[in-house]
Design a protein around this ligand. Structure first.
Ligand code: ADP
Ligand code: MG
Ligand code: MG
Length: 250
């Protein structure tokens, strides 16, 4: 279970998260929707361990352990995985090499034995096949010259290999055409599991027609303003976020 409790954070003296509370149960897919600039990416970066933020209060508990007190490598070992809105390009490093390094780093941190090359190749090729990722793409430099859809598939491939406990997808739908959206969504849906929780961040409802969430939360002005079931996403799509912005200003 993931429990975000009273999270307060600033960047350059500006309050971005302002007492955010959210619980995500095992096996649950929680969606956060909210206007641009409401702090959604900030929340995901803080959980992943990006250092630019000043955390003034609160905690993020993963099975009772405060993730905010862990080093980024410890977070990855604990099973926190963030799919970025703008994935990194790594010239000169073949995708395959990167994936193997990421997987073995995680296994070392968990004190598990590293995979042999044949074991790794089998795991990658199985996962890549399901995501319709051609083999030659795995030999190319990571994300360099990949289309938006290819980058997102590659992220889901990383997610599948790392078998995370807690997956955060920050606007994974941005820039995807309808076919890529379907492949990525099916990849995510195939990873839904009783001991895995997802936080899916999006500002459009479209992604949530493919990855149907258990709960939907409206974030505005650095906090969760309202929570509900999947029907809340449809209501937001129809009415926009004006109510929530007004509520804060009042
Ligand atoms: P969202 O993902 O909901 O669109 P963000 O978390 O990206 O929102 O941004 C929240 C707020 O934090 C925005 O007002 C943004 O301008 C501000 N912000 C984000 N990063 C920085 C930064 N490095 N320096 C100053 N302000 C920032
Ligand atoms: Mg944004
Ligand atoms: Mg964002």
């Amino acid at each position: 279970m993931i429990e975000i409790k009273n999270l307060v954070a600033e960047i350059e003296g500006k309050r971005i998260l302002d007492g955010l509370n959210l619980t995500i149960h095992d096996g649950e897919v929680a969606a956060i929707m909210g206007p641009n600039g409401s702090g959604k990416s900030t929340l995901s970066y803080i959980i992943a361990g990006k250092e630019d933020y000043e955390i003034l209060d609160g905690e993020v508990l993963l099975d009772g352990e405060n993730v905010l007190e862990m080093e980024p490598s410890e977070r990855a070992a604990a099973g926190v995985f963030l799919a970025f809105q703008y994935p990194l390009e790594i010239p000169g490093v073949a995708t395959m090499t990167f994936l193997k390094a990421a997987l073995n780093a995680q296994r070392r941190a968990r004190e598990e034995t590293e995979l042999t090359t044949p074991e790794f190749m089998k795991a990658v090729q199985d996962a890549a096949g399901k995501l319709e990722i051609p083999r030659d793409m795995l030999k190319r430099a990571l994300n360099v010259g990949f289309s938006g859809g290819e980058k997102k598939r590659m992220e889901i491939l990383q997610m599948a290999l790392l078998e995370p406990r807690f997956c955060i997808l920050d606007e994974t739908d941005s820039g995807l055409d309808i076919d890529a959206l379907r492949v990525v969504s099916e990849g995510v849906n195939a990873l839904r599991a009783p001991n895995r929780s997802f936080l899916v961040i999006t500002h459009y409802q479209r992604l949530l027609q493919y990855i149907v969430p258990d709960t939907v939360h409206v974030m505005a002005n650095g906090k969760i303003m309202r929570s509900g079931g999947k029907e809340l996403a449809e209501e937001l799509e129809a009415n926009g976020y004006a109510d929530y912005k007004a509520q804060e200003a009042a």
